[in-house]
Structure formats: structure tokens, C-alpha cells
Design a protein around this ligand. Sequence first.
Ligand code: GDP
Length: 297
Amino acid sequence: AAVFDQLTDSLEAAWTKLRKEDVLTKDNIKEPIKDIRRALLEADVSLPVVRRFVKSVSDKAIGMGVVRGVRPDQQLVKVVNDELVALMGGEMVGIEFAKTGPTVILMAGLQGVGKTTACGKLALFCKKKGKSCMMVATDVYRPAAIDQLVTLGKQVEVPVFEAGNQLRPAEIAKMGLAEAKKKGIEVIIVDTAGRLQVDRGMMDELKQIKQVVNPTEVLLVVDAMTGQEAAGLVASFNMEVGITGAILTKLDGDSRGGAALSVKEVSGKPIKFVGEGEGMSALEPFYPERMASRILG
Ligand code: GDP
């Protein structure tokens, strides 16, 4: 089943209840609103987000009054669509490229979320935009991490800077940046080490790397499968390290998609890309409008 199937079906139940009504009223919207609330909670959207969302939908739908030529169920669909788009940040927010000098993208995230994969995908994305690119391997803890990035680099034909696993990550990042500058590379993607959960060591290390490379973008990679927790993770990394956006991975898996709806609202930071597969081309910019259309089916 695709990620939003369940949510789409559950929302459908809400509109259906209005099919026989002539106008939207405070009374006849109550049950559909409860359905929407339940549907979002079941999709793993975080509770405070659901609360604000249904209140806003209810107020707006009732406030609209009678709209000539528009049936009440269509009216509610329209309000939910607009509110979904707003909830996800409204506009697509792409990569911000540096105005002068190289664009440095620092990648952060817990272990196993798809961070290294996302580095390769992003490198390919930037390459397709005509930018020269280099990746830097600073994960000195996981033995296979450097090899993995080198392999991905070969796949997407982007050079990888690595300096073994004996130096400090910030030191390697600094060397990588110098090397890239020397070669006139336009985009430098710095892969970092994750941990199984949030810990001080990881946050301190990210701060050190950040200080050294002065990144244009700090992107947190989050796994859609973590559901409700995804949005909280974005908020906590933002507080600790300061990020510019998120990449939501594994949206092709059997997550219920709630993270896509909660991240912006909970953390204040936009989702910039979604990953929907293991392949290097499975990365798409995050368009709130398209996502809302997918949700509404
Ligand atoms: P890291 O520890 O965060 O660097 O995670 P990896 O990049 O090594 O990815 C962990 C696993 O998730 C690998 O098996 C990847 O192929 C897989 N993966 C990464 N992104 C996606 C995605 O968007 N969809 C799916 N289905 N798998 C993904």
C-alpha cells in the first residue's frame, strides 16, 4: 500500500457524510471533523498539530458560509486541501546555493535513516543542475561508512574526499573543503556520523564541523518510519545544531506519512526533499501542493 492510502480513505469517509447536505453548518460538520481528526492521528501526525489543524479547518469551513455552486463536501475538501498545503509550508523550498564561493551542505541525522544514501542522491541532483560536486566522508566510526560513500560517488560520478578514520571529523571536513576549493568545486556535501539515538557526542561533533565548514545548508535526514518522532527530531537538532531544512526518507516504505505533515509545524523548518527509494535518482523536491493532492487522492 502506498504511504497515504489509509489516510486518503479515512478522509474520504469525512466528505461522504456531507454528500446529502445542502449547506455546511456548525452541526453537520461535527462528525466529518471528528473523522478528519481520527484520520490524521492514525496517520501518525503529532497531536498538537492535529488539534490546531482541525480547529482551523472547522473555523474556516463554517466561516465560509454558503458558496454558490459548491457542494458542502467539495467545500470541506477545498478547505482541507488549502490547510494541508499551509501546514506543509506552502511553497517548495529548494537548496539555497551560495552567492559567492562554494555551497557547503552539511548532512546530519541518526544512524540508518538514509543519510549516506541521501548524500549520493543530492550529489546527483546537484550534478543534474549543472553544478560540480564533491562529497566528504567524515563518519570515522562506522567501518563501512567511508566505503559506502566512495561506492555511491562512483555510481553518480562525483568525487569523494576521504582521509581514513584516524582524524577528527571536523579536521577531515576542513581538509575536504580546502581540497574542493582548490579544485573550484561548486557544491560540497559533507556526510557525518549518525548515532542510534540523539546524544551529546553527535551534537558536539556536528557543531564542530559546522563551525569549520560554515555551511550554506544544514540538512537533517529523517526517516518517515519514525512517525511522530520525526518532527521532534527535527526540532531538537534545530535547537542544538541549527538546521536549514530536512530530507524525509523512506516515504516509499510502509510509514503512515504523518511526518510529512508535522515537520514544518513542529520545528519551523521546511522539508526540502523526500526520498522514495534506494536508488540514486529517488529524490524529489518537496512540493506541499503535490503532497496535499496525493493525500486527498
Ligand atoms: P545512514 O546510516 O543514515 O547513512 O543510512 P544509509 O544511507 O546507509 O541507509 C540505510 C538503509 O536505508 C540502506 O539500506 C538504504 O538503501 C536505505 N534507504 C535510504 N533511503 C531510502 C529510501 O528513501 N527508501 C528506501 N526504501 N530505502 C532507503
